[in-house]
Design a binder for this molecule. Structure first.
Ligand code: IMP
Ligand code: MG
Length: 172
């Protein structure tokens, strides 16, 4: 097992997730909200966010993948589509684990927008702002991080380390 340095521990993540849940709830109040989570990475974040969200929440999933080597190429593949009926006319929050180049969030945002939600925002746990290629900013973000490859709390390195309860950096 590689050595992993903790970037955000469980307590820090939990605190920030509660803040995001409250911020979102103060926006929507009693109105129904559809959270669209992206498999697989955003699942841990989505579960915690929804457990802390005190309003009327629905949950949908989609899955995309980018042809990847070390970094994103911008070619996105839709692996699991959404049902447009669940989106049309609804308040939608797209939940992502991390925004890096922005290709993925840009693709998902356009895909969901084409289903005519009543409103649409994006919420990412992590934002690598300095790496952006596509001009897109998440509406809500947990932490803005430097250009580091992070793992844990859903994020993987070759499908490994998703199950770590903290967010960390692999020491090479
Ligand atoms: P983008 O399309 O370049 O913004 O990349 C988004 C996707 O790349 C994320 O949803 C992750 O799956 C993956 N990714 C980007 N940076 C990291 C990282 O530091 N750790 C793990 N996965 C990452
Ligand atoms: Mg992802």
């Amino acid at each position: 097992m590689d050595k992993i340095n903790v970037l955000y521990n469980e307590e820090e993540i939990d605190k920030r997730v509660r803040e995001l849940a409250n911020e979102l709830h103060s926006k929507y109040g009693d109105e129904e909200v559809v959270f669209v989570s992206t498999l697989k990475g955003a699942v841990f974040f989505t579960c915690d966010l929804l457990k802390r969200y005190p309003g009327d929440a629905r949950l949908e999933f989609l899955r995309v993948s980018s042809y990847e080597g070390e970094s994103s190429t911008g070619k996105i593949n839709l692996k699991l589509p959404l049902n447009a009926e669940k989106i049309n006319g609804k308040h939608v929050v797209i939940v992502e684990d991390i925004v890096d180049t922005g290709y993925t969030l840009d693709y998902i945002t356009k895909y969901v927008r084409d289903m005519h939600p009543k409103s649409l925002v994006t919420c990412t746990l992590l934002d690598k702002k300095a790496r952006r290629v596509v001009e897109i900013d998440p509406t809500y973000s947990g932490f803005v991080i430097e250009d580091l490859f992070v793992v844990g709390y859903g994020l993987d390195y070759d499908q490994k380390y998703r199950n770590l309860p903290f967010i960390g950096v692999v020491v090479k």
